[in-house]
Design a protein around this ligand. Structure first.
Ligand code: ADP
Ligand code: ZN
Ligand code: ZN
Length: 689
């Protein structure tokens, strides 16, 4: 084997261009597609992925640069994985390398780490027992007897073979986790060396499900069940990713990025809380992890289970059309638990206002309910989707409102830190002593945030253990987990928080959920606001009475609004039917498909100029006849971090026509040069318009 051959490899690099880059590689060791390669690019060195090996280049051989190194120890990424990344790049209109490289843990792209990771791979290989690493047949702790709903769902799930998409529609507390667990157990009993992917929307939810799976599924090594998310250190993330890639990790629990993990023996995908907007990546590659999960299941010809109490309307429509099999868990699993009673408290009604002036935000019935819980030593949650103390600081004399210097939004008052903070760019300034316009020193906070509610509750319930959980309090590492642990241990009486407390948690002692200030979303310009609010409130309310009877109190000025009425009846199906009828009538998704072109520039004029040229180029595309194009407009929040933002919307009744148009149009966009433009991006299936 000392015959030196020369190979030409085509490498994907993290570059916005769609092209692959060709390099020479002179060695007896044949390179393989899917291997990582270190190559010169411009004046730098970069790590790329070998996408193919060709016998001839369009360029003269002498002009090709040489591959510096290939990481031969790491098993190549499979053709299936590469096809997934190719699909994601095409569908979301990005360069291949721009998607494929960031899908890998950063440490894998750092050649200095290759020797240590190689040693790790070698050791892991040695440690791997020949027999199955997990077995579902042995269960440490007693499993509950299944409810009839769970049993029926499992019967259908366990007979599924090949590509089979399921919607597991189970009310909050119906025991969807138990269904996942039994499904996994059955899978490993059947196929001991299979792999399963379990997606959850938030890092905060990984410890809960990991603990349940570890307690119930026997595994030979810790590496058999792993979590994969952005909160890990570079080294840990790389090692776990490699464990999945080599097949040692059998169950991968992860947030959205895990959908792009390499899983050579993937046999089952579960997407829990599939409706959650967190599955949509909001920067860089704007993909939907749920949608890619379904694509991946089809590609691999395996089952995929989407679980939710409040499915996305897109998913619900698939189920209605019979494209996804619907499994229903209409009742709570715990033998004593029923769905909570939902009461609407009309805050416009003077009698409902709190007698105590110190608590203008908490109505008398909610106050009473909180007091009763404290007496019975039960827990309460207060849900309010606004962090900080007050959403804005105002001058009564001249009407000045504190804004962010870099964004076109108000700065949020954070009283404890004596700061004004922008929730869009993070800019923080100290609270001014006087109005910068008129000098008035009487500046007053307007509106309520979680901090202000916390502050007002403390004197009302002296001695009560009151805690707050939102993005501010969770910023310190481990803080959210500590609070969840305290909740489970019964060391908190009242927990105030944003949507972070509403999702997925199985708090056994909570019997009351109070919901404040949710009305604004009823009248939002965003056509998805109602769907989001319904899901959020049903999920928040779903934390009440999971092991007994619970109560949800919603404070509102519009108690007769159909959304609240559907919530009161726990009627997701009724809400979904009405919402889908409206969407159909208004020709909105899921009845049509959308994409956005968005531009960010130093001036609004430049952004709009770019967009109007892009629009003209689009109108010249022959494919564009099946696509409706709207006019460029400034975005709702027109400025963030001093960048001006504008966009226009494209729609089509045909997803394929929209895709073809976008692909044909993209080269025109790359060729457009407009002064002042900082970046532009196409977003496919946008959630926020
Ligand atoms: P979901 O995810 O559907 O909201 P969970 O999976 O968190 O619900 O389950 C809710 C509670 O019901 C958990 O405490 C769980 O242990 C319990 N549970 C699940 N299945 C059963 C069952 N068959 N019998 C009794 N309790 C169950
Ligand atoms: Zn003023
Ligand atoms: Zn800002």
């Amino acid at each position: 084997m000392d015959r030196h051959e020369e190979w030409i490899v085509r490498v994907a690099l993290d570059q916005p261009t769609p092209t692959l880059f060709e390099y020479r590689y002179a060695t007896a060791h044949k390179p393989q597609a899917g291997q990582l390669a270190h190559v010169p690019f411009g004046r730098r060195m970069e790590t790329g992925l070998i996408w193919g090996i060709v016998s001839q280049s369009a360029l003269p051989l002498a002009r090709l640069r040489e591959v510096e190194a290939i990481w031969h120890v790491c098993p190549p990424l499979s053709a299936k994985w590469r096809a997934l990344l190719q699909f994601a790049a095409d569908y979301y209109q990005r360069g291949l390398g721009e998607i494929a490289l960031p899908a890998l843990p950063g440490a894998l792209r750092d050649t200095r780490r290759w020797p240590r990771l190689s040693a790790h791979l070698h050791n892991a290989q040695q440690a791997q027992p020949a027999s199955a690493a997990v077995s579902g047949s042995e269960i440490h702790i007693a499993a509950p007897a299944l409810t009839s709903g769970q049993a029926q769902a499992l019967q259908q799930l366990n007979t599924a073979r090949g590509f089979a998409p399921f919607l597991l529609h189970g009310v909050t507390g119906s025991g969807k986790t138990e269904v996942y667990l039994r499904l996994l157990t059955a899978l490993f009993a059947r196929t001991p060396d299979a792999q399963a992917l379990v997606l959850v929307p938030e890092i905060n939810l990984t410890p809960q499900i990991e603990a349940i799976l570890r307690a119930r599924i026997q595994s030979a090594s810790d590496a058999a069940i792993i979590t994969l998310h952005s909160g890990l250190s570079e080294g840990a993330r790389a090692r776990r990713w490699l464990a999945a890639h080599c097949g040692h990790a059998r169950i991968v629990i992860g947030t959205r990025l895990a959908v792009l993990a390499s899983l050579p023996r993937l046999a089952l995908i579960i997407v829990d809380e599939e409706h959650d907007a967190a599955y949509k990546q909001q920067e860089g590659l704007r993909y939907s992890a749920r949608d890619l999960a379904v694509w991946r299941a089809r590609q691999l010809d395996i089952p995929v289970v989407l679980g939710s109490a409040t499915p996305a309307l897109e998913t619900w429509r698939h189920a209605e059309q019979g494209r996804y099999a619907r499994l229903s868990l209409p009742r709570r699993a715990h033998f004593e638990a029923a769905l909570p009673a939902v009461h609407l408290i009309h805050t416009g009604d003077a009698r409902q206002r709190s007698a105590q002036n110190a608590l203008p935000d908490i109505s008398a019935p909610l106050l009473e309910a909180l007091r009763a819980r404290l007496e019975r030593k039960e827990q309460s949650l207060i849900f309010l989707n606004r962090r900080g103390y007050a959403p804005v600081l105002a001058c009564d004399a001249c009407g000045w409102l504190a804004g962010c210097a870099r964004c076109s939004v108000y700065a949020v008052l954070h009283k404890a830190e004596r700061a004004l903070r922008c929730h869009h760019c993070g800019l923080q300034t100290s609270v001014p002593r006087a109005c910068p316009v008129c000098g008035n020193i009487d500046l007053a906070p307007l509106g309520r945030g979680t901090q202000r509610i916390e502050e007002s509750l403390l004197p009302a319930f002296p001695g009560a253990r009151i805690a707050r959980l939102d993005a501010d309090s969770a910023r310190r590492k481990g803080c959210a987990q500590m609070l969840f642990d305290r909740m489970h241990a019964g060391d908190v009486d009242i927990l105030i928080g944003t949507q972070m407390i509403a999702k997925g948690h199985d708090f056994q002692r909570v019997t009351l959920v109070g919901i404040l200030n949710s009305d604004a979303a009823l009248f939002s310009h965003d056509f998805r606001a109602g769907e989001r609010l319904f899901a959020q409130l049903m999920q928040a309310g779903g934390r009440a009475g999971r092991a007994g009877c619970g109560e949800v109190l919603i404070q509102t000025r519009y108690p007769h609004h159909p959304l609240y009425q559907a919530l009161r009846r726990h009627d997701y199906a009724g809400f979904a039917a009405a919402a889908l009828a409206e969407r159909r009538q208004a020709r909105l998704p899921p009845f049509i498909y959308q994409a956005l072109l968005r531009a960010e520039a130093h001036t609004l004029e430049a952004a709009l100029d770019f967009l109007s040229r892009a629009a003209a180029a689009l109108d010249r595309q022959p494919e564009a006849v099946a696509v409706t194009r709207y006019d460029p407009v400034p975005m709702n929040i027109v400025k963030i971090r001093r960048l001006h933002r504008a966009q226009f919307l494209l729609e089509s009744a045909s997803r394929a026509a929209l895709q073809r148009t976008l692909s044909a149009w993209r080269p025109d966009l790359r060729a457009l040069k407009v002064r002042g433009i900082v970046r532009w991006m196409i977003e496919v299936d946008p959630l926020d318009i």
